[in-house]
Design a protein around this ligand. Sequence first.
Ligand SMILES: *[C@@H]1O[C@H](CO)[C@@H](O)[C@H](O)[C@H]1NC(C)=O
Ligand SMILES: *[C@@H]1O[C@H](CO)[C@@H](O)[C@H](O)[C@H]1NC(C)=O
Length: 341
Amino acid sequence: MEGSYILLFLLLTSASFQDDVYRNANRNQDPISKTHYLLNSIHDVVHSTRGANVTLPCIMRQRPRSYKVKWSKVNPEDPLENLIVISNGRHHKNYDKLRGRVRLRRNHRLDASLIITNVTLEDEGRYKCELVNGLEDQSLTLSLQLEGVVFPYQSKEGRYRFNYIEAHQACEEQDGRLATYSQLYQAWTDGLDWCNAGWLLDGSVHYPVIVTREPCGGNLPPGIRSYGPKDKLKDRFDAFCFTSALKGHVYYVHGPMTFGEASAVCKARKAEIAKVGHLYAAWKFYGLDHCDGGWLSDGSVRFPIIDPRERCGGLPDPGVRSFGFPNEQTRLYGVYCYAAT
Ligand SMILES: *[C@@H]1O[C@H](CO)[C@@H](O)[C@H](O)[C@H]1NC(C)=O
Ligand SMILES: *[C@@H]1O[C@H](CO)[C@@H](O)[C@H](O)[C@H]1NC(C)=O
């Protein structure tokens, strides 16, 4: 069965490969050699983190006599062009959510690169640099990827309570955003193994499995299990949230205290009670390792572990451990505060 799939795949790819070779051969016979105004970029992906300034490179080989540079954001699910900047060499217009945070770099006369300042989670995606000169428009596309961490998120009410809209909102409330498939994939290669299905940004539902086991897809090999697209209003699952670097820091204050007291303790220190995303970012980016459960803003109690050890939950891998959502009057835990700096 599997063998025949592979064979079919090979047949399909070799057919399209031949097709490409054929078309390229035709192109080479084209008597008018085409001027390539844009340099192909070496890297297709540009990495950054939230809050940073990032440059998306776009360099001309030579300047056409007259031209405009047009940058847009490309969203495969949205056929409308998302124009960001258009320039005619003298002045440019800004559009979109990036308004006020983008400019053309213009370090030299062949530079059409775009600078985005104070990168946000929503800036992730594909960008197109287009050289419009009236004859042959040329373009290149680049992906902006943020370094970050994916965290599974479950409602206080229990497992599988979020429709898509609620999942989207829950991630934002925890200083994150619904993860994309490629963010979840990256998290899986980093070691995320989670047996509850969660919404992703594109409305699909997945979960990542490293150690195969009966309730998590049975004998299927390790990988990302898919539920395919679901009804965004009617179907209910957990969420996979993504967050990136943190401006500020997270620290633990000893208890014991109730949930209500926990918020007040942080406020008295001119900080706020940390969100789940804050704790994951501090764990991932600053190596926060602390063996005591602390309240977080959603009423859950968690603690971050870098060096797994017997008395700290005993699990073999690093991670943020959870005590779930204890009764708010419980007086057993401290608190994690977040101070923006
Ligand atoms: C980003 O650029 C702005 C101005 O262009 C600058 O004020 C700011 O300090 C830069 N931020 C970082 C993190 O480098
Ligand atoms: C960067 O963006 C965040 C969130 O959008 C905002 O709170 C912050 O003030 C911005 N920082 C600067 C330097 O513009």
